[in-house]
Write a protein that binds this ligand. Structure first.
Ligand code: FAD
Ligand code: NAP
Length: 528
């Protein structure tokens, strides 16, 4: 078995397969485990799902012996957790670090995959699991002249492990997504001057982060099975009771009270979990947008800056950000918002950034410009299935999969949180465990029947793609120019990629496929 990637997905998959006595090799480009939490070491990086939920549930002993110190753990703590998991379950010997998988070619005669790496090695594997991450292929800075810049530049997703000393520096941050929103308050603490180059403002909810007392953690661990079941059956993979009321069915005063309560609680679902129609009814969504914009106007003293920070899209249709002091940071004299919507960045110069409006002199450039999300890391590998057909060709008009797990024409190849599954719309660790468990059950099923091949049928895939599209079409999601639809990558086909039906419903759909004898899959033995 081959697994590509050693983040949350690859590590858990490895652990489960090991339990079956299978021989497994994991290939990881990085020098250590951690995936997202290995690469994204920028100041302020932390999870936006509560730590006690953004972790594995498979081992009660692991749960009991790990101490989360904050409501939202910071990157070093999450990375330490994943290193701890790796060592506790002795996973390291099966992981080949510093190795990028460059191609995966299916050999139909042998019914195996040929896995080639950048080290020039090729190995064969009967089954392959792509645990490459939805947000792991960083978008390179697209600005001409970057090589001429005399200062230092960094992509937040490749932040140096030893950190960057920003004391006394003039720093420019390009981007105002979740990453920049976390990083700005921390960078502003150190730098002499910070200029934030904003093309599109985003909604952000207060994190209300706080230390996690051990007594609270103990209580959570004691009730963990029920808490996790609730998360698994929820829409977003978090144990929060679903809303019961529609926004327009309550009085404006009641609506306001509920939004305010959410805002005070904080977190990514602060407003979205208030009402049932948040993601589906434009008028309901507008009430939450208005509330969020009003908060920005209260938090930012300069009314011109506040207005520039007010987003216009339907709230939630681009990933809602979570912050600690983001908007308030613009009240500091040494922090400036620069509008690059009306005057886009044209070039990087030796001294800084140039826009049509002028040149900005900088010592350090920070690119918080995001990722080629969901399909980027998959298509970076030259994947060829039965008949030698490249995956890139099959996905030329957007990704097509069955359940977000498998692709027709690519036998014995599994994706963890692939396009067409809840993936980035969920607490990803919940989704990762579900996918890895499903894959393991599938392999057990094959082995128990003396079979060794499974492939999604083209018809089942067509039906699934249609179903995912229909579900998304009932929501406001596809209307935003987000990375969910590939809008952040020039030339990428515009298709809404995740499954919007919710984690719980998705899980049922996957289970039904199994109950119906792997409906929609073609199963076979070596000779068939
Ligand atoms: P990753 O963690 O991305 O790991 C994939 C690994 O595969 C990487 O280490 C990569 O180097 C390796 N790889 C990729 N391609 C190859 C190749 N060809 N050859 C060899 N190795 C390869 N999700 C949440 O649910 N809650 C959060 O709070 C949250 N916060 C986030 C914060 C940031 C800054 C980012 C960027 C993402 C966040 N996410 C969050 C999403 C996060 O990516 C997932 O939660 C989770 O970490 C994904 O785990 P993974 O193992 O699937 O992928
Ligand atoms: P992102 O959401 O894609 O944001 C990228 C930002 O860069 C956007 O503001 C974008 O502007 C801007 N940008 C890109 N190219 C630009 C250009 N050429 N000129 C000017 N601006 C440009 O990326 P991200 O902030 O790294 O976040 C990605 C995802 O990772 C998040 O949505 C979330 O899922 C996850 N994440 C989570 C957390 C957390 O809180 N736990 C933290 C970080 C990341 P436009 O919008 O105009 O394109």
């Amino acid at each position: 078995m081959a697994i590509v990637g050693a983040g949350f997905s690859g590590l858990y998959m490895l652990h489960r397969l090991r339990g079956r006595g299978l021989r497994v090799r994991v290939f990881e480009r990085g020098a250590d485990v951690g995936g997202t939490w290995y690469w994204n070491r920028y100041p302020g990086a932390r999870c936006d799902i509560e730590s006690v939920d953004y972790c594995y549930s498979f081992s009660p002993e692991l749960l009991a012996d790990w101490t989360w110190t904050e409501r939202y753990a910071a990157q070093p703590e999450i990375l330490r957790y994943l290193q701890h998991v790796t060592d506790r379950f002795a996973l390291r010997p099966d992981i080949q670090f510093g190795t990028q998988v460059t191609s995966l070619h299916y050999d139909a005669a042998q019914n195996h995959w040929l896995v080639s790496t950048d080290a020039g090695e090729t190995v064969s594997a009967r089954y392959c699991v792509l645990a490459v991450g939805n947000l792991s292929r960083a978008k390179p800075p697209p600005f001409p002249g970057l090589e001429s810049f005399r200062g230092q530049w960094y992509h937040t997703a490749r932040w140096p492990a030893e950190g960057v000393d920003l004391q006394g520096q003039r720093v420019g941050i390009v981007g105002t997504g979740s990453t920049a929103i976390q990083a700005l308050p921390q960078i502003a603490r150190q730098a002499d001057r910070v200029q934030v180059f904003q093309r599109t403002p985003n909604y952000s909810m207060p994190a209300r982060n706080r230390p996690l007392p051990t007594s609270e953690l103990r209580e959570v661990v004691q009730g963990y099975p029920a808490r996790r079941r609730a998360a698994e059956q929820s829409d977003a993979g978090v144990p929060i009771a679903p809303p019961r009321l529609a926004a327009l069915d309550v009085s404006p005063a009641e609506r306001r009270r509920m939004y305010e309560a959410g805002w005070q609680r904080g977190g990514i679902n602060a407003l979205s979990y208030a009402f049932t129609d948040f993601f589906t009814d434009e008028r309901a969504n507008l009430t939450a947008q208005d509330f969020a914009r009003e908060k920005i106007r209260q938090l930012v003293r300069n009314p011109v800056v506040a207005e520039a920070l007010c987003p216009a899209h339907h709230i939630g249709t681009k990933r809602t950000c979570v912050d600690t002091g983001y908007f308030e940071t613009y009240n500091q004299d040494h922090v400036e918002l620069v509008d690059v919507r009306s005057s886009p960045v044209t070039t990087v110069t030796p001294r800084g950034l140039a826009t049509a409006a002028g040149e900005y002199e900088l010592d350090v450039l920070v690119f918080a410009i995001g990722f080629d999300a969901i399909t980027g890391a998959l298509l970076e590998i030259d994947i060829r299935g039965r008949d030698g057909a490249p995956l890139a060709e099959q996905w030329a008009a957007g990704p097509r999969s069955y359940l977000g797990l498998c692709v027709a024409g690519f036998p014995n190849l599994f994706m963890i949180t692939g396009p067409g599954s809840p993936s980035v719309l969920s607490n990803m660790v919940v989704s990762i465990e579900q996918h890895a468990d499903w894959i393991l059950d599938c392999l057990d099923h094959l082995h128990s029947r003396g079979l060794n091949r499974i492939e999604a049928s083209a018809q089942a895939q067509d039906r699934w793609v249609c179903h995912v599209g229909e579900l998304a079409g009932r929501t406001l999601y596809p209307r935003a120019a987000s990375w969910y639809v590939g809008a952040n990558i020039p030339g990428k086909p515009r298709v809404f990629m995740p499954y919007t039906g919710g984690c719980g419903t998705y899980r049922k759909e996957c289970d039904q496929v199994v109950e119906r004898g792997y409906e929609g899959f073609v199963l076979g033995g070596a000779g068939t």
